[in-house]
Design a binder for this molecule. Structure first.
Ligand SMILES: Cc1cc2nc3c(=O)[nH]c(=O)nc-3n(C[C@H](O)[C@H](O)[C@H](O)COP(=O)(O)OP(=O)(O)OC[C@H]3O[C@@H](n4cnc5c(N)ncnc54)[C@H](O)[C@@H]3O)c2cc1C
Length: 462
């Protein structure tokens, strides 16, 4: 008899594993999903006015040929729209192209001087030793000026934790560092340095938002092996049994968990590991969809997404979601749409009611001139994701390096954005590959690269 594999969660990680099991001809598996539809955090919804929303602007960044091929297979060559990755920072009443640090010439003169002075001081006195946390890393990499003007306020807005509570090792490829000579040349030559261009494109599903990818993936898997409305509430690791909210249970030889690791541990009898799981930090994310009549202003018309470091608005990022696909709005000749993201944690609160939160977002969009008038608003939609970002806190690595191998030895793999809590490998491509590589390790004895070697997988396209 072949080994029985149970998968908890129909997000990209669980679906990636299921897809690979089918590919390798291992038929003995079952996926349990508590929701009614596949996709998890990479799902999409269409509101009652006909606007489609992702759970925050999702872009396909791929580090893997396997992921690219899967995307082609699922939606076909015609199923996608291709865009340049235009991203901008709104600061001091103007747009500065991202990466911000390369374009400080666009700042008011005093602040440009402050940023350059910080970089020159770093150049003259390079910091000795390794930074102890993300805050120290920011200061040591960008200098005091850039840290004060952009890096610190922006990162607090995104992460919702003081930078000193985050580790300095997750950063990898995710934050572009600074080349002083290039910064100065850009100032003297009055040149904008943008990170987009013909080779820096992304694709987005023509119809149905990002979630359409995962709905299609689930549709192509054997229907009898995907069980929706199946919430796992208890895992008995000694008898290898998973108990569901409806009172039923399922046995396994190998279990793949993709629900948040701390929650998973609390559902087991592994009382020694639970306090470790409880040390993991996360932030919640509020997503706001604002459907609008008319057309975006000339400034916003071509932009993909924008970062907002200042306190004149609650959001850290806004996506012009109608630019990703015209089908994200009911009729592109009449409507357009913006999607905003706001973070929350015990260290960063938000207004108590959904109405008050929405009001802050709308006022923020007026303050930052994203929208001209409240009268243009045709639809509003919002959702709170309890688990939005897995915080790469100072204690995180010690927890996952201890807990995950212990679970592995019990026949349990905890993988994916919150299953493994590794932000640096928690996008859709990483998540799919975490599922795929786990199956490859189980059935073919291959090494799992994504989970344990983020720098390697993020450094090369394979
Ligand atoms: C604001 C935001 C922006 C993002 N932007 C991007 C982007 O631009 N590009 C990109 O590639 N990625 C992006 N991501 C990340 C992307 O959403 C994740 O990579 C992906 O969804 C993670 O997949 P997963 O399967 O690991 O987890 P999830 O998507 O969280 O799926 C887990 C699944 O498990 C189910 N589940 C949980 N508990 C139980 C239970 N007890 N029983 C049964 N089922 C359960 C859940 O319902 C869910 O369906 C973003 C995420 C957020 C929050």
């Amino acid at each position: 008899m072949s080994k029985r594999i149970l998968i908890i969660g129909a997000g990209p990680t669980g679906l990636g594993a299921a897809w690979r099991l089918e590919e390798l001809g291992h038929a003995n598996w079952l996926l349990l999903e508590k929701g009614g539809v596949a996709g998890g955090l990479a799902g999409s919804v269409t509101d009652d006015k006909g606007f489609t929303w992702d759970m925050g602007g999702h872009v396909q960044f791929s580090h893997y040929q396997y992921f690219d091929d899967l995307m082609d297979t699922l939606l076909g060559a015609d199923g996608w729209l291709h865009h340049e990755r235009e991203s901008w920072v709104w600061i001091r009443d103007r747009f500065v192209p991202y990466p911000f640090q390369m374009n400080i010439r666009l700042l008011p003169r005093d602040e440009m001087k402050e940023c350059v002075a910080g970089l020159v001081r770093l150049y003259k006195n390079p910091p000795a030793g390794k930074p102890a946390n993300f805050g120290e890393w920011v200061d040591a990499t960008f200098g005091a000026g850039l840290a004060r003007v952009f890096m610190r306020p922006y990162n607090f807005k995104v992460w919702a934790y003081p930078l000193e509570m985050m580790n300095a090792t997750w950063v990898g490829e995710r934050v572009a560092t600074v080349d002083l000579e290039r910064v100065l040349n850009n100032i003297f030559d009055e040149r904008d340095e943008v990170s987009w261009g013909p080779n820096n494109t992304f694709r987005f599903p023509k119809f149905g938002g990002t979630g359409s990818i995962w709905r299609e993936c689930a549709r192509r898997l054997p229907a009898e092996k995907l069980r929706y409305g199946a919430e796992v509430v208890r895992i008995d690791t000694a008898t290898k049994k998973v108990h569901l909210a409806d009172g039923s249970s399922e046995s396994y030889d190998h279990l793949l968990n993709t629900m948040p690791l701390d929650k998973f541990l609390r559902q087991t009898e592994l009382t020694d590991l639970q306090p470790l799981g409880d040390k993991l930090l996360h932030s919640s994310t509020h997503i706001f969809g604002i459907g609008l009549r008319g057309k975006p202003s000339a400034e916003v018309q071509k932009k993909c997404w924008m970062y907002f470091p200042e306190d004149n608005c609650p959001f850290y990022r806004v996506t012009v979601f109608s630019n990703y696909s015209p089908n994200n709005v009911p009729d592109i000749s009449e409507y357009w749409s913006l999607m905003a993201e706001v973070s929350e944690s015990p260290q960063k609160s938000v207004p108590a009611t959904p109405e008050a939160r929405l009001e802050e977002v709308i006022q923020g969009m007026l303050n930052t001139r994203l929208i001209a008038s409240r009268a243009d608003i045709a639809s509003t939609w919002q959702i709170r994701l309890e688990h939005g970002y897995p915080t790469p806190s100072c204690e995180r690595d010690a927890v996952i390096y201890d807990v995950l191998p212990k679970l592995d030895r019990l026949g349990i793999a905890s993988r994916g954005r919150f299953g493994a809590w590794r932000y640096e490998v928690s996008n859709q491509d990483h998540s799919v590959l975490q599922g795929v590589e786990w199956v490859n390790s189980l059935l073919k004895g291959e090494k799992e690269m994504t989970l344990w070697h983020p720098d390697v997988v993020n450094g090369v396209k394979r």
